[in-house]
Design a protein around this ligand. Structure first.
Ligand code: ADP
Ligand code: MG
Length: 223
């Protein structure tokens, strides 16, 4: 049997605010397979970002387990987890989080430098060409529009050929034209790399294109 790329089993997560306990995830399980695109929907505050952060090992669940290719991530220490993220995961957030003191190409090469690897400049340039920014590689983030910055963030997330792309409302800050462009690029790049794609979105238009749609309601998957 082929193991799912990422499997989350019985995740629970709550936050404490003053004296009240906010139960955000109440027994959430899911499987993410290679080549699959999954859309996570749900109203604001439903726990979508919390779940995505847990799936990406940026946050931990109170209970439950994550397995990557059948191996539990439970016993990895912080250093091992950050190596795991650097090798296997590509993150795209609502805000691009580019580094303003580095130019476009340098931002895209950052994932290699962080791991002390030789940067694949050819591939980085090819990705920047694909997102329509080959003439902007020596510009700085402050010289680009929000949509352009998000395209750089896309190239940065994809440059290390992640097995899993996690995107939290990647078009949330963009006008509809730039939003559609980011969407299209996200699907194109996912197909080319055979990665799995998990996207949190409010956008019904975008949601239609995914192989699987899931909705969080009251800490569970809606039926
Ligand atoms: N670190 C935190 N401390 C306290 N409450 C939090 C924290 N993170 C998220 N929450 C709360 O958990 C709920 C779910 O948040 P979130 O996952 O960001 O929702 P969504 O992304 O679906 O809008 C919200 O009510 C939010 O206020
Ligand atoms: Mg959110």
């Amino acid at each position: 049997m082929i193991e799912p790329l990422l499997k989350a089993e019985h995740l629970f997560k709550s936050f404490h605010k003053n004296d009240t306990k906010l139960e955000i995830l109440k027994d959430v399980s899911m499987e993410i397979n290679r080549n699959e695109s999954i859309c996570i929907m749900g109203s604001s505050g439903a726990g979508k970002s919390t779940l995505l952060q847990i799936l990406g090992t940026l946050d931990t669940a109170d209970q439950g387990e994550l397995k990557f290719e059948g191996q539990s991530l439970q016993n990895l220490n912080d250093e091992e987890l950050s190596l795991f993220r650097a090798e296997k995961l590509g993150f795209i957030f609502q805000f691009h989080h580019l580094l303003n003191e580095f130019n476009v190409l340098e931002n895209v090469l950052m994932p290699f430098w962080i791991r002390g690897l030789d940067p694949d400049i050819t591939y980085a340039k090819a990705l920047l060409e694909q997102v329509g920014l080959s003439n902007r590689i020596d510009h700085f983030p402050t010289q680009l529009s929000g949509g352009e910055c998000q395209r750089v963030a896309l190239a940065r997330a994809l440059v290390k050929k992640p097995a899993l792309i996690l995107a939290d409302e990647p078009t949330g800050n963009l006008d509809s034209q730039n939003g559609s462009l980011i969407q299209q690029l996200l699907f194109d790049l996912q197909k080319e790399s055979s990665a799995a794609l998990v996207v949190v979105t409010h956008d019904e238009n975008m949601a239609r294109r995914f192989s699987k749609k899931m909705k969080l309601v009251d800490g569970h998957w809606a039926r």
